[in-house]
Design a protein around this ligand. Structure first.
Ligand SMILES: [Zn+2]
Length: 309
């Protein structure tokens, strides 16, 4: 079966302030590399605008309504110091990010494709129930997980996160919910400061922090010792991945030393876990990755693996 790519030209909107690492060129770099001939057999779909109510699966009405009301007609509105902002195009961009994630979940669970990659920006995993944070407004993957439960009746959904930053928002949203497993590798110490191994929720949170300077060997240990066994015990019916590529050795925001080959390895391992536990059903959603070359190489390796499924 095929691999689905969700994309849309609006993901090159949402213009951030000068010098901001989360910038439109990130999306252009991803689009350029996935335009190469080895990706010709991807099934490509345009990301749709989500129904705003789907964001209420994980965010409070107060938060969603305040965000909608904050949309500027010009200039920027800052939501989290200088990190997280809205400009006039942002609302459509973030609703298409949510929409694309939901589309990917639908197509994979309907059996139309084996797996899917959502090429969107900005990222989502720092957005909490009631707080925009760390470039993130809506928590795309968490909304996707809830959608899989509410609309497709799934009992158990797992979220794996290999972004260099801990997905504090995803952890917070599901911290007391045994129906969603959250497993993360991330650098520690680093923004946002959460993600210690002792943060275990109701036995559904598995944090495997890595030290600055760690590379592929430590990533493999973390997955083989902690994350993959947790997935096998949990037996998810769907695995959703926060696919951030800022653990790449070239990335300016982190100090881990992953290479594109390491991201290919972790992708393959998550695919094997999905084959064992969830009929191969895997949805991956772009999170971080702020060095354009490192991002392009990593996305190429990641999607190349997905297509071998
Ligand atoms: Zn990140």
């Amino acid at each position: 079966m095929a691999t689905l790519l969700l994309h849309h030209s609006v993901f090159a909107n949402h213009k951030t302030s000068a010098g901001h690492p989360e910038r439109p060129d990130r999306y252009r770099a991803v689009q350029a590399v996935l335009g190469q001939s080895q990706f010709d057999t991807l099934v490509r779909e345009q990301a749709k605008v989500a129904d705003l109510d789907t964001t209420r699966y994980v965010h409070t009405n107060r938060y969603v309504d305040a965000l909608e009301a904050a949309r500027p007609d010009e200039g920027y509105v800052y939501l989290d110091g200088g990190d997280t902002m809205m400009e006039p195009s942002t609302w459509e961009v973030v609703l298409r990010g949510v929409g694309a994630t939901i589309q990917a979940v639908d197509k994979v669970l309907d059996g139309e494709v084996q797996n899917a990659f959502v090429a969107c920006r900005p990222p989502g995993h720092h957005a909490e129930t009631e707080r925009a944070m760390g470039f993130c407004l809506f928590n795309n993957i968490s909304i996707g997980a809830r959608h899989a439960q509410k609309k497709h009746g799934l009992m158990r959904v797992a979220i794996a996160d290999f972004d260099v930053h801990h997905g504090n928002g995803t952890q917070e949203i599901f911290y007391s919910d045994p129906s969603v497993l959250y497993a993360s590798t991330h650098q520690m110490p680093l923004f946002p400061g959460t993600g210690a191994a002792r943060e275990t929720g109701v036995g559904n949170i598995f944090n495997a922090p890595l030290a600055p300077g760690d590379g592929g060997a430590e990533l493999r240990d973390a997955f083989e010792d902690r994350i993959l066994p947790a997935l096998n015990t949990f037996k998810p019916e769907l695995i959703i991945v926060s696919a951030g590529f800022d653990a790449h050795e070239r990335d300016p925001l982190g100090s881990l030393r992953m290479t594109a080959d390491d991201f290919a390895w972790v992708t393959r391992e998550l695919m094997k876990s999905a084959e064992t536990n969830s009929q191969g059903r895997l949805v991956t959603v772009l999170e971080g990755g702020y060095d354009l070359q490192g991002l392009a190489d990593s996305v190429s390796a990641h999607v190349g693996e997905l297509m071998k499924g």
